[in-house]
Ligand binder design. Structure first.
Ligand SMILES: Cc1ncc(COP(=O)(O)O)c(C=O)c1O
Length: 504
């Protein structure tokens, strides 16, 4: 009586034809096959990690297409263009010589989960928008708090990454401190004048999002006191203790201590156990930024290096770095779930307090986001498929590759290692005979533009350095050797090009 909606293969005549439902499942299957073809011909066809084209060239090509055309065309035609315009000029994170950032190739199980996540489009804010998804996320959070050694009553939520998790940790810390120190409710009454004295302590090599969070929380960037690191780039306990004394003498109010479990450049893990003890002694909220190194909890070989993480009041950790989950996929954990009360919110349409069995299952008040993706399914499917044995061994092999790379660099007289690796990054320099700093940038650009490798750049002691970041389990030591040879060759070429022309 109602007729049947026609399912078109790759053209959609009406908006309703384009929406996923049982009648359009076949169309979705075809669309998925077209998308995989676009990846195959545009993204995976090249044997280099990047096309080497300039930002202007790429922008001009893409800007040629009208972004909001009045009439559409077939999906096949659109994806063909996406393949040549977008996929072909994207960074091949799958490529073993893509070694620049904490930017991983995703696992196939996670991508299968991603299909389900986006097709079902559950929203994690209220239980009635994500009944089973809420249970999956809560179960993973419970499992991870246990793996990290947080006690009963701990809680948490999936995040877009550690930027968000660091803000959330410091938000709870700020509200707790303002109530504790000044008997004031920051959520309803805002910041008291005395909040100007609040200070957050972290190492001078902590991630920039510590300052960013302090700014966003109304404390100001200057509320962050950076503690010098020791010769091995770890937060110095002696410097921390003297800073705490100085702050007290100056009538300032330290309230949070951040321990970094894996700094972005050197992968250093601060002495978490000592930091946890000092935080207890001084009544500080202890937040662990485990964005990078947190997943070591899954490694039998390296888990002990996170000893002390169980003392944390809150933890940030990313699955989208060392665990090869597609962006975004991070978590925030809090040791005392009651601390969430300081940011609790109730919206009549979303999470009213009086809806019986549902009421304790809404996740909206645990997150900085309202509508939120079901990202938890990605690590759920990945870990169910591979197990922590395989995931842990994958992490171990990335760390071993970094150690082997450091030995190769040390054995080459043209290269200088900045520091022994700790996780999977390796920072080094090409020693240009004229001591030129520009050589580092020229080498990096040349390798990127000729498609040899994607390397990162960072600054150590005021001088630019090159950086490998290994997050791709497909990268081998042979890839590293090839890239190091290219670095040395590019460095030598740059030496020749900067030699003064001999006078005739
Ligand atoms: C130590 C550290 N903390 C926080 C972040 C921010 O994490 P995300 O990019 O997941 O927001 C990073 C990113 O590299 C990081 O290395």
């Amino acid at each position: 009586m109602w007729g049947c909606v026609a399912v078109s293969g790759s053209s959609f005549d009406a908006a309703s034809d384009a929406v996923l439902g049982p009648e359009t499942l076949e169309s979705y299957r075809n669309a998925t096959a077209l998308a995989i073809e676009a990846l195959q011909s545009g993204y995976f066809a090249s044997n280099t990690p990047f096309s080497g084209r300039t930002p202007d060239e790429i922008h001009e090509d893409i800007a040629e297409t009208e972004p909001f055309p009045s009439a559409g065309q077939s999906l096949a035609a659109v994806l063909e263009r996406v393949s040549s315009l977008v996929c072909a000029d994207s960074v091949g994170v799958y490529h073993p010589q893509s070694m620049a950032h904490l930017h991983c190739p995703p696992t196939v199980p996670a991508l299968a989960a991603e299909l389900i996540v986006s097709a079902m489009n559950q929203s994690m804010d209220s239980w009635d928008q994500s009944p089973a998804a809420t249970a999956v996320e809560s179960t993973l959070i419970e499992g991870l708090t246990a793996v990290c050694g947080l006690g009963a009553g701990s809680d948490g939520v999936f995040t877009s990454g550690s930027t968000e998790a660091n803000v959330l940790g410091l938000l709870l810390a700020r509200n707790w401190a303002i109530a504790d120190r000044f008997d004031h409710d920051a959520q309803t009454a805002g910041l008291p004048t005395a909040a100007q004295s609040l200070r957050i302590l972290c190492s001078g090599e902590a991630h920039f999002t510590a300052r960013q969070a302090a700014g966003q929380l109304g404390l100001g960037d200057d509320a962050v006191v950076e503690i010098p690191t020791d010769d091995d780039h770890q937060l110095s306990i002696t410097a921390l203790e003297s800073t705490l004394d100085r702050l007290t003498e100056d009538s300032l109010e330290p309230f949070a201590l951040i321990g970094t479990a894996g700094t972005t450049d050197f992968g250093r893990i601060d002495p978490l156990d000592r930091l946890g003890a000092i935080a207890d002694e001084h009544n500080l909220w202890f937040h662990v930024d485990g964005a990078y190194g947190g997943p070591l909890v899954f490694s039998d070989r390296h888990r002990d290096r996170l000893s002390g993480i169980e003392r944390a009041d809150s933890i940030a950790m990313d699955f989208h770095k060392l665990c090869q989950q597609p962006l975004s996929c991070g978590v925030f954990l809090v040791a005392d779930g009651e601390q969430y009360a300081s940011i609790d919110r109730s919206a009549a349409y979303l999470n009213p307090d009086d809806t019986g069995a549902e009421s304790s299952h809404h996740l909206v008040s645990k997150s900085l986001q309202t509508s939120r993706r079901f990202d938890a399914l990605k690590p759920y499917v990945t870990f169910q498929t591979l197990g922590t044995d395989t995931m842990g061994a994958g992490i171990d092999s990335l760390l071993a590759l970094a150690a082997d790379t450091a030995s190769l660099i040390e054995s080459n007289e043209s290269l200088t290692l900045a520091a022994q690796p700790s996780l999977s990054t390796v920072v080094f320099r090409y020693d240009h005979p004229s001591n030129e700093d520009d050589a580092t940038d020229r080498i990096r650009e040349q390798l990127r533009d000729d498609g040899t490798a994607m390397l990162a750049r960072t600054v150590v002691d005021g001088r630019p350095h090159l950086k490998f970041t290994f997050v791709n389990p497909r990268t081998t030591i042979d890839d590293v050797i090839e890239v190091l040879e290219a670095v040395v060759a590019a460095g030598q070429a740059s030496t020749e090009s900067t030699q003064p022309t001999p006078s005739r």
